[in-house]
Design a protein around this ligand. Structure first.
Ligand SMILES: [Zn+2]
Length: 202
């Protein structure tokens, strides 16, 4: 497998609608394997063909690992999808804001509203028709990747122009929020102790 070069903004291939995949031949299988390799090396959860300079309706997606009750990753719990010519055929009215990044816009993240759940029709790597029901983070990744196939990037869909940060700005913001939450948690704990003391003494 070969690691492919990921193209970044402002490369215009990212803004083009991809051509449908029509031949599910050996060349396509090689391309898919190389895209999976490239996604994994880059620590991505999805990669669309335009991101490696190929204007095609093709994407690979690998879900985040599931976690056990201790918050540890469960081995081999990631799920790999290859989708060709995908279409979102249904989306939930429920929407959810979340933070997204993109391998083609390195160093930045932004907040985007997405449907909480979607149904997708596509073809798998051999051309077989598939139907998928997706929700939560997996549904978000699918929406992000399918947007790529239509020349749409997450920065087009920010909840607000201000909700776009460098990785460092976002990290610092999150740290500050977590510290604030921890302080509030301590205050609550102190109040509870104060309330529970008289009970204990009675
Ligand atoms: Zn992306």
């Amino acid at each position: 497998m070969t690691e492919l070069q990921i193209v970044t903004l402002p490369d215009e291939v990212l803004r083009k609608k991809g051509r449908p995949v029509t031949k599910f031949d050996d060349d396509l299988q090689t391309l898919i394997d190389d895209m999976i390799e490239t996604m994994r090396v880059a620590n991505g959860v999805g990669l669309a063909a335009p991101q490696i300079g190929r204007s095609l309706q093709l994407a690979v997606i690998e879900t985040l690992p599931q976690v056990d009750e201790n918050g540890e990753d469960i081995p081999d719990s990631r799920e790999l999808f290859v989708i060709a010519n995908p279409r979102i055929v249904w989306e939930s009215r429920d929407v959810i804001d979340g933070i997204e990044g993109c391998l083609s816009i390195p160093g930045y993240v932004g907040e985007v509203e997405r449907a909480y759940a979607v149904r997708v029709r596509a073809q798998d790597r051999r051309g077989k028709q598939i139907k998928l029901r997706l929700k939560g983070w997996t549904a978000r990744i699918f929406q992000h990747e399918i947007d790529h196939l239509n020349g749409v990037l997450y920065i087009d869909k920010l909840t607000d122009r201000e909700n776009f940060w460098t990785d460092e700005e976002y990290y610092n913001m999150r740290q500050a929020e977590l510290e604030e939450e921890a302080e509030e948690g301590e205050e609550v704990a102190a109040e509870e102790t104060a309330v529970s003391k008289p009970e204990k003494s009675s």
